[in-house]
Design a protein around this ligand. Structure first.
Ligand SMILES: Cc1cc2nc3c(=O)[nH]c(=O)nc-3n(C[C@H](O)[C@H](O)[C@H](O)COP(=O)(O)O)c2cc1C
Length: 237
């Protein structure tokens, strides 16, 4: 399908957002380095807290490293499968939709390594300043400050990850954000030779997809939007 292998990024933004579904099955053909570079160049247009840009992106093409990452993803997914088994199906999904989701994500458990590229978005951790070095107003809320830093830890990389998803869509590639591997992150970091002060936030298999893009189905706006206060129905559709 020409549409799926076209290198043309001339796709409308909304068309990309509405069709960039999670794709987990890839053709074996390699993705040229310049195409991956273009994806990452789009990723780094994203915002980061304080414009720190303390991100790094590891492009894993080496077959042995992909095999090792795939094995760790498989191990982590066994655990995640047990978590899913204990959870009911979300109300908004039909049994058929839920079964499709389980089949798609289950396929990837065994096939992460088959993607020609596994992209690993990372952040370098920044140590919080010593309490005593901070102004009184911050010292007074130091525990809150640390909790806040922890809570927003991924927020300076996930916007870049969404750009990766959209750039892949525009360039005829498929991908999906996955996070299961974080259960075994130290082992993942060892495979990738990462320092202690860096953390991974996703494993993103990337390749030319065998399946089709979107359309994406979601709960309607009216169901997830409130007007001015929690629980007050949004008047639009
Ligand atoms: C934080 C996060 C973690 C995810 N982890 C996984 C994962 O480990 N494996 C996987 O196959 N998909 C993963 N996904 C993809 C979702 O399952 C997928 O986006 C969702 O089912 C909707 O599918 P769609 O994008 O095709 O509409 C993850 C998505 C997010 C946002």
């Amino acid at each position: 399908m020409a549409e799926q292998i076209s290198p043309s990024p001339d796709i409308g933004l909304f068309e990309a957002m509405y069709s960039a579904r999670s794709l987990r099955r890839f053709k074996p053909e390699p993705v040229p380095d310049e195409v991956i570079a273009r994806v990452i160049d789009a990723a780094i247009r994203a915002s980061s807290g304080g414009n720190t840009q303390h991100w790094s992106f590891i492009v894993v093409r080496d077959a042995e490293k992909r095999r090792q990452l795939g094995a760790l993803y498989r191990k982590a997914s066994d655990y995640t499968a047990a978590v899913y088994a204990g959870r009911p199906r979300p109300d908004h999904l039909t049994q058929a939709q839920y079964d499709r989701f389980l089949a798609g994500s289950g396929f990837l458990w065994d096939h992460m390594a088959d993607a020609p590229v596994i992209l690993v978005p990372c952040l370098t951790k920044r140590e919080p300043p010593e309490r005593a070095s901070l102004p009184d107003v911050v010292q007074a809320r130091y525990a809150d400050h640390l909790a806040n830093v922890q809570r927003i830890s991924g927020s300076s990389i996930y916007p870049a990850i969404q750009n990766i998803i959209l750039a892949c869509r525009a360039l005829g590639l498929g991908t999906v954000i996955t996070t299961n591997h974080i259960l075994y992150e130290n082992e993942v970091k060892a495979v990738l030779g990462m320092p202690d002060n860096a953390a991974t936030f996703a494993l993103m298999p990337i390749g030319y997809p065998t399946g089709k893009y979107g359309p994406l189905t979601r709960k309607p706006v009216a169901e997830v939007t409130y007007a001015d206060s929690w629980g007050t129905a949004w008047p639009g559709k």
